[in-house]
Write a protein of this length. Structure first.
Length: 335
């Protein structure tokens, strides 16, 4: 896409990694090293590798009193995520391989790309997440509402191949119940032996940059800043010593500021955003092997200055599997 410099995500995450490593040490000095509850098994001294295979429906919907609903989606339904966990370090890298079924229908839906980096950390009872996400290439899922006589499976969808979304963000949360392990659900570095749940308040923040070059040659970009206060409840139901079921639900509210520029003309606005989500996870665990499935839904909605309702809904289903290894002595000494 013209007019946008490519973001160096690896350099950004090296900087973020050092910053949050320092953050972890500060938290440790302030709160001390908390002992793991006797009903929680810790695997933080193990070097763990994991793989997620997920299928996503990520849709942007614009609806209004005087307009047709407009559904924008990307052509990369299936994603792979590689994970590395050791001590306080929890890294993941996600991408969308073009050879997988669901990502290869480029002739009708266009070419899409997806990249995501994430870091999770757990200083004491805090949870800290930071991420970078880049998507490019969208098509209109409901093309039949805009093109008469359009035939699904034969005619190409309306496409925005240069539409790009770049997002930096994260959240900071606190686990109110010290007997509940959020770490066992997010990174599988712990495992609970007794059922427990907890409310988790969090502050979510992100910066999004949207940009597109239109067929007419016009160039538009929008910078968005979101800040939301969030409250969720997570429960870990222990079916057996090796199997758990974990539902959760959350909701949040907060402001969104937007700066839209089209051919040099600037429009600034502030909106009130509602954020929501929920899901269910089924997990299996041994001291070495762990695996499971999870289904979740996350979204937000707000109204713009034209009274249009803007929504982003993400339906997410995944299968994860990983293995824990004994840590090499050189790595132990380094940490």
């Amino acid at each position: 896409m013209q007019g946008i410099n490519r973001c160096p995500p690896v350099k950004i995450f090296v900087g973020l990694l050092f910053a949050f490593a320092l953050n972890v040490m500060v938290f440790t000095q302030i709160y001390g090293q908390e002992a793991v509850d006797s009903n929680i098994i810790s695997y933080t001294d193990k070097l763990a590798y994991g793989v997620d295979l997920s299928t996503d429906i990520d849709e942007f919907i614009v609806s209004g009193p005087d307009t047709e609903n407009f559904h924008l989606v990307t052509n990369n339904d299936v994603k792979l995520t590689l994970r590395l966990n050791y001590k306080f370090l929890n890294l993941s890298f996600g991408f969308s391989p073009g050879f997988l079924s669901g990502n290869d229908d480029d002739e009708l839906k266009g070419d899409s790309s997806f990249t995501e980096y994430q870091v999770n950390m757990f200083p004491g009872r805090f949870v800290q997440n930071v991420f970078f996400r880049r998507m490019k290439g969208f098509y209109v899922e409901n093309t039949e509402d805009f093109v008469p006589l359009w035939q699904e499976g034969t005619d190409p969808y309306l496409q925005f191949p240069d539409l790009k979304s770049i997002e930096w963000g994260g959240y900071t949360g606190f686990v109110l119940n010290e007997k509940f392990s959020l770490r066992s659900l997010l990174n599988r570095q712990e495992w609970q032996l007794t059922s427990s749940g907890s409310f988790i308040p969090a502050l979510r923040y992100n910066f999004t940059k949207l940009a597109n070059t239109f067929e007419s040659g016009s160039y538009g970009k929008e910078n968005q800043v979101d800040l939301r206060a969030d409250l969720g409840y997570y429960y870990n139901y222990v079916v057996s010593p090796k199997v758990n079921i974990a539902p959760y639900a959350r909701a949040g509210i907060g402001p969104k500021t937007s700066k839209y520029t089209l051919d040099g003309v600037v429009d600034k606005n502030t909106y009130f955003v509602s954020d929501y989500g929920g899901g269910l996870q089924l997990g299996y665990n041994t001291d070495q092997l762990y695996m499971g499935i999870r289904g979740s839904f996350n979204g937000y909605t707000y109204k713009d200055e034209s009274d249009n309702t803007i929504s982003n809904n993400l339906w997410h289903g995944l299968f994860y599997i990983g293995y824990r290894f004994e840590t090499p002595e050189k790595l132990k000494n380094l940490f």
